[in-house]
Design a protein around this ligand. Sequence first.
Ligand code: GDP
Length: 336
Amino acid sequence: MSQAEKMKQGQFTNPETPGYVGFANLPNQVHRKSVKKGFEFTLMVVGESGLGKSTLINSLFLTDLYPERIIPGAAEKIERTVQIEASTVEIEERGVKLRLTVVDTPGYGDAINSQDCFSTIIAYIDDQFERYLHDESGLNRRHIVDNRVHCCFYFISPLGHGLKPLDVQFMKAIHNKVNVVPVIAKADTLTLRERERLKRRILDEIDEHSIKIYHLPDAESDEDEEFKEQTRTLKASIPFAVVGSNQQIEAKGKKVRGRLYPWGVVEVENPEHNDFLKLRTMLMQGQGQGPEPEEMDKDMILQEKEAELRRMQEMITKMQAQMQIKPDGAGDVQHV
Ligand code: GDP
């Protein structure tokens, strides 16, 4: 089924058209029951403290993942090493179940030695991958939980004039392991011109430092024009400049998620105000794709392991068959 057909059937609905029902619009269906079928998605969020990571996740999935988080003071921050916090929620939308794990990295960029925090994050990504590979090639493959990090939102400060050395180093350190999606945080603190300038600058620097970021696949030629246009718009908006909010505000007679200023309301879900909806659409379109980079090698390893298992199973079947036809009646293996 093409993406466009899926969209029409409601699996992926265009959030920029009226009547859109996205995961985030169905808070009542957020539940914690185990998911029998459906898909799993692990999103990592990385960036300095205070850039709005938890607010954005809350806005995307209407789920407060960290109701009891304690914000450390400045002195504590310097001492702190990065931590890994994985929270899982199960969300259902129109019969499609999503098991979402958000991996946050509080303390990132706070410590004096940033290399230390890199190694903790990288070890986590590698660990999840190893675990998946191990489960995939094991004999009991029915209940595998795929906790590989599928995507990493990397938050860039709106206050700098582009990427900081830390941003460059970190993205380069993980770009072969996970799909990196750079986002400009707190876009409401920038004018439209400043946003455009910052976006261009960041793209130039990404290019200059040969950082590999996630590229949405081109729409296939048989997709309809609307879908193609949406894909083009999404691609042209990278890095997404986003606004998040935990508050509902009254705007034009409607309650909307937004940020209130003396001069008006910045609406989170208004594509003219920021790229939040584009980011969410991209997330939905990209669903189901595993980590892209280095996938080939790992796929090959998996295939080899599968072939080995098949050979072993064939051998066992042959051995069983031989035992069954033995005249001395070693029949007790018949029901294996
Ligand atoms: P985190 O440490 O990266 O998880 O950041 P938080 O989500 O805790 O947000 C830190 C502060 O920034 C809070 O006071 C938020 O209300 C505020 N904030 C979050 N998102 C935005 C945004 O898009 N724009 C602005 N102006 N402030 C934001």
